[in-house]
Design a protein around this ligand. Structure first.
Ligand code: NAP
Length: 338
């Protein structure tokens, strides 16, 4: 079977398609024929050497994939051949709060990931996906979907009718928008592109702000919320946005600190939190239980994860480059058809 491998910092051109000889399954292992793999900003960070990994050998990249179980080890009981499955981002975080041992490795970072024709995973890593989700759609959920779920529904205190702020129109933000609307939240979203904001409106966004033409967008967020601010912000921007995100948040609201598409860093005066009882909470994807909840919401509410472009397996480098361009709205997926 064929799989891509990449060295941390090997750049997109360093993605190599290799023939890999598969080993026999251990008793609790499962072989999955991969049907679709979605890309995350993190996969670019691995390629560019900007992601904190503890190994220096090449790995199969990408955390997010979905496919079919084709073989199981002698002791496997969670799944059987023919099941449609997605893999959880952290193979050791099943439920509850995170802990060092639970987040010590992640697919496509410290251990082999999903960008392969077939993968071998422990049965505990897998979550079944319902028929109403295509493989392409299901492949968007393990990192981007779970991160948005965790930020909105697990790590913040929001109720139907509350307001969520999404930054930009990448994978986490658009899945966050779709889930927020399904849960009865009011959604404000920003983008550098008016065209993308029109697309966001079509998905249910209540208010839109172009952060290029409105650089002081936090003032507009406050205006749109009657001076109150939002109940939770999915802070994916980092250095260029964190201070404005805090200023956009209501007294008692949450800033879910997720990423740094404008650079990792930034300054926040702690007393701007203390004197407003705002909470900053770090989000690190999430557990298998959160993936199960995310799948349940997406399938149950009939959410169709927005997939901007699908590339064939042979064009994985082009898919990476397209994600890097920032032209996408929602997710970029690589599909395996053989
Ligand atoms: N902590 C975690 O567990 C976790 C999990 C997932 C992702 N992340 C992080 O979250 C971030 C987003 O990941 P992703 O996979 O959703 O990325 P993505 O799909 O590549 O999204 C990139 C989008 O970010 C927007 N953007 C760029 N600069 C911006 C700015 N200054 N202000 C607002 N938006 C800006 C752009 O949207 P427009 O084109 O609309 O302007 C761009 O298309 C990354 O930093 C990633 O590392 C962290």
């Amino acid at each position: 079977m064929k799989a891509y491998r990449i060295s941390h910092g090997g750049k997109i051109d360093g993605l190599r398609l290799e023939d890999i000889v598969e080993r026999p399954l251990e008793p609790y292992e499962v072989r999955v024929k991969v049907r679709a793999v979605s890309l995350n900003y993190r996969d670019l960070m691995v390629a560019n050497g900007a992601y904190p990994v503890k190994i220096d050998i090449p790995v199969i990249p990408c955390s997010d994939g979905a496919g079919d179980v084709i073989a199981v080890g002698s002791m496997v009981s969670r799944v059987q051949p023919g099941d449609r499955v997605a893999a959880s981002f952290f193979p050791d975080w099943f439920e509850g709060r995170p802990a060092q041992a639970k987040v010590r490795s992640a697919l496509g970072g410290d251990v082999d990931g999903m960008l392969a024709e077939e993968v071998t995973l422990h049965e505990e890593t897998l979550v079944k996906i319902p028929d109403q989700l295509s493989y392409v759609e299901a492949s968007t959920l393990p990192c981007a979907g779970v991160t948005a779920w965790n930020a909105i529904f697990e790590s913040s205190d929001v109720w139907p009718g509350d307001t969520v702020l999404l930054l930009g129109t990448g994978g986490v933000s658009i899945l966050g928008l779709q889930m927020a609307k399904a849960a009865g939240l009011r959604a404000i979203i920003t983008s550098s592109s008016d065209e993308k904001l029109v697309q966001a409106r079509a998905l249910g966004a209540d208010e839109t702000i172009n952060y290029r033409t409105t650089p002081e967008w936090q003032d507009e967020v406050l205006r749109l919320t009657g001076g109150e601010g939002v109940d939770v912000v999915l802070e994916v921007g980092g250095q260029g946005t964190i201070t404005r995100s805090v200023a956009s948040t209501a007294v008692g609201g949450s800033i879910a600190v997720i990423g740094g598409v404008s650079g990792f860093g930034g300054e926040v005066n702690p007393f701007s939190l203390a004197l407003s009882a705002r909470r900053m909470v770090g989000i690190y994807v999430g557990s298998r239980a959160m993936l199960e909840q995310t799948v349940k919401l997406v399938a149950g509410a009939g959410i169709k994860p927005v997939v901007d472009r699908v590339f064939p397996f042979a064009e994985a480098k082009e898919a990476y480059r397209y994600l890097e361009s920032g032209a996408h709205f929602g997710k970029v997926v690589i599909e395996l058809t053989q």
